[in-house]
Design a protein around this ligand. Structure first.
Ligand code: NAI
Length: 688
């Protein structure tokens, strides 16, 4: 028997244990060994078998690194078929997790016992796929169609107690040892004279509460634009009237279609880049500094959120404000955030009690902090003053970080005598919720300071992306540019509502004007004032007008939309825009949705390519991560660079040429795009 699968006996019970650390993934060697183990069980005089996993979980999913390669026999469906065909009963003893392929194997066993706390799920849709080893055919037969479709289309795991109610699990036990739980259940089954119970032979499920059409509508609402959910539901519905083997063939066909789809490619890209972003050659072998205590300066929107994120990760936090009233207010905000986290199960009661937060007006309280994150007003003077003060009192080796959104980190660093310790840590609002942190590496930042920033982000469970210094870093710089493309379209005739609707149908959670309302129109206004006119960009005079009117967005109840009674369009806004067009003598023209999306996306890709070409982002995947985790870019499209590769860089390049004919200054092609088109390259090939 191989190392990865063990076979032993306990009386009449044969025990097959998969031991393939770290997650018992169902790679080729394990699949071969499983077939061998069940062949042996059939030949043996054991009367019943238990299949279990060693370590922290039952079985992992398919080995994702085998995707796209020629299938190596036996395939997972073959292995599951082999187990299901055993002439003697087989019990799955499940602990930790059975997700994807792991659950499909369990469903191919004849009986299932799960330990309390186990996670059971079919998350394939999160990679743009459907279960491909019989999950779509076995789950409905075991648990009914509605529950099976819910499990497959949300991709979210369920608890064994719930799974037992549906019939997916036969028994739930509260013990530590899956092996012992499996043996006990197997012995009971033997005593009861239980026989095999192949899931494939179970009767077709009952008619579901929702028919397929109703499911389709619901899925369109929940996952607009995504295709895998629909294919999963269709496959599952076949169990109503299609024999098992035909259902399996249809499942396979759908799976193979999906694995070739752009959406699955994009979702797998999104999945992998979460790990890839922190793998930077410059950090190889560099040891981060120790971080246990954090100082936060400023307890406003961002400071309170950053303090919350650090406390949730078990770090002790000292927060500095300008006066006692603000310090107290910040204390209350953070406390409320933490209480909310406890309510939502994100923090234990014990951890809440242990949360170590001090708010004060005394800067000296920071003298022993390992790192300080500054989140005061976005003003270079204020920030330089704060950093000069920190320089005088922080211990040697402490990291001095700024949460600035746009300002030059080099200038901030130069306010200190230790620029090597200064770095940007650009969190996103709300900082205890949003996953992205841009790590802004300045000219003199020491490698171990960068490594420390990445280590801290990891502790906070954030996705950290390295950025160089430029106005707005990776994300806000690109945002400014595609916002400007939207402004150009509004001036020429599009309405902000039309743009929002188009961008939301493309898959963004919110269009740019809803985002502007959320951030506050004063923020955009201040940024425009600071930067001054940009080449080829038109000023959104209507936005200035809304600012003058005190319509600053959600916080004042009105901006582009009104918020008294849900989010509503306001006829006053198009009128303001129309007046401005008329004053400039602009005859509005129609924009269709395709053109709106293409212009918006092309502006995003073009600026993103400049960001990569200039070395602000090291790789295209860094840009994708920023847009996905900080700007609501639709995950099933994989980020702007993945989108561009899918559309084709030549197409992007031609679009830029076309738009440039109207406004050459704004639509200056990124040299990187020109270069890649010239040699028929892709952004993907720069991701190494
Ligand atoms: P805010 O106005 O809500 O909070 C700033 C806080 O800093 C105020 O409570 C103020 O009393 C305090 N403060 C000012 N000077 C101080 C000093 N010398 N010492 C101690 N406390 C001082 O501002 P917000 O939105 O939290 O922004 C802070 C920083 O974070 C800015 O640099 C901003 O650009 C950046 N940022 C903001 C984001 C947002 O969505 N609001 C997102 C990412 C970064």
């Amino acid at each position: 028997m191989s190392d990865t699968v063990r076979y032993d006996r306990e009386g009449a019970v044969a025990i097959v244990t998969v031991d393939n650390p770290p997650v018992n993934a169902l790679g080729h060697a394990v699949r071969q060994a499983l077939v061998a183990a069940f062949d042996r069980f059939e030949a043996d005089d054991a009367e019943i078998a238990v299949l279990t996993g060693a370590g922290r979980l039952f079985l992992g999913g398919a080995d994702i690194s085998e995707f796209g390669k020629p299938p190596a026999e036996p395939s997972l469906p073959d292995v599951i078929g082999r187990i299901e065909r055993c002439a003697k009963p087989v019990v799955a003893a499940i602990h930790g997790a059975a997700l994807g392929g792991g659950l499909e194997v369990a469903m191919g066993c004849h009986y299932r016992v799960a330990l309390t706390g186990t996670k059971l799920g079919l998350p394939e849709v999160t990679l743009g796929l459907i279960p491909g080893a019989g999950g779509t055919q076995r789950a409905p037969r075991l648990m009914g169609l509605d529950a099976a479709v819910e499990l497959m289309t949300t991709g979210k795991p369920i608890e064994p107690e719930k799974a037992q109610v549906y019939g997916l699990i036969d028994r739930v036990v509260s013990v530590d040892e899956p092996r012992l739980a499996g043996i006990a259940y197997a012995e009971q089954l033997l005593a009861e004279g239980a026989t095999t119970r192949p899931t494939r032979d179970l009767p077709a499920p009952d008619a579901p509460k929702r028919d397929l059409e109703t499911w389709r509508e619901l899925l369109e609402q929940r996952h607009m634009g995504e295709i895998a959910q629909n294919r999963a539901a269709e496959a599952a519905f076949r169990t109503l009237d299609t024999p098992f083997d035909e259902g399996m063939a249809a499942e396979r066909e759908a799976f193979l279609d999906l694995i070739k789809s752009r959406q699955s490619d994009a979702l797998r890209h999104a999945f992998f880049l979460e790990r890839q972003v922190s793998r930077l050659p410059e950090l190889k072998g560099v040891e981060p500094r120790e971080i246990a205590s954090v100082g936060v300066i400023g307890g406003g929107t961002m400071g309170a959120g950053i303090a919350t994120a650090c406390l949730l990760a078990g770090l002790s936090v000292t927060l500095i404000e300008t006066d006692a009233v603000r310090a107290e207010k910040a204390y209350l905000t953070v406390s409320k955030n933490l209480d909310g986290a406890v309510e939502r199960g994100k923090m234990s009661e014990d951890a809440r009690r242990a949360a170590d937060l001090t708010t004060t007006v005394e800067y000296e309280a920071l003298s022993e902090a390992d790192i300080v994150v500054e989140a005061v007003f976005e003003s270079m003077d204020v920030k330089r003053q704060v950093f000069a003060q920190l320089d005088g009192l922080m211990k040697q080796g402490a990291v001095l970080a700024t949460n600035t959104s746009y300002l030059d980190v080099n200038q901030i660093a130069d306010a200190t005598g230790r620029p090597q310790d200064v770095i940007g840590l650009h969190f996103f609002s709300p900082a205890h919720v949003m996953r992205l942190v841009e790590v802004v590496v300045a000219d003199k930042t020491a490698p171990e300071v960068t490594a420390t920033a990445f280590a801290l982000a990891k502790k906070l469970k954030k996705v950290a992306v390295r950025s160089g210094v430029c106005d707005g870093f990776i994300g806000n710089r690109i945002l400014s540019h595609y916002r400007a493309a939207a402004t150009e379209m509004v001036l020429k005739g599009a309405s902000p509502y039309q743009i929002d609707a188009a961008i939301e149908r493309f898959g963004f959670k919110m269009g740019p004007y809803k985002v502007a309302d959320l951030a506050g129109l004063d923020i955009g206004h201040a940024t425009r004032a600071r930067k001054g006119p940009q080449p080829g960009e038109v000023n959104p005079d209507w936005d200035d007008r809304l600012n003058e009117m005190g319509r600053l967005g959600r916080k004042t109840g009105r901006g582009y939309y009104t918020y008294d009674d849900g989010t509503k369009e306001d006829p006053e806004v198009p009128q303001i825009i129309e007046d401005i067009r008329a004053a400039k003598g602009i005859e509005p023209r129609d924009f269709n949705e395709t053109e709106l999306v293409e212009r918006y996306m092309t502006a995003m890709v073009n600026e993103a390519a400049k960001v990569v070409g200039e070395g602000i982002a090291k790789r295209p995947l860094d840009v994708d991560a920023v847009l996905l985790f900080g700007y609501g870019f639709p995950r099933f499209r994989g980020g702007p660079m993945k989108y561009a590769d899918h559309v084709g860089l030549r197409v992007i390049s031609d679009r830029i040429d076309r738009y440039a004919a109207e406004n050459p200054e704004f639509w200056q092609k990124a040299p990187l795009i020109a270069e890649l088109v010239e040699r028929d390259g892709t952004f993907e090939e720069l991701n190494t």
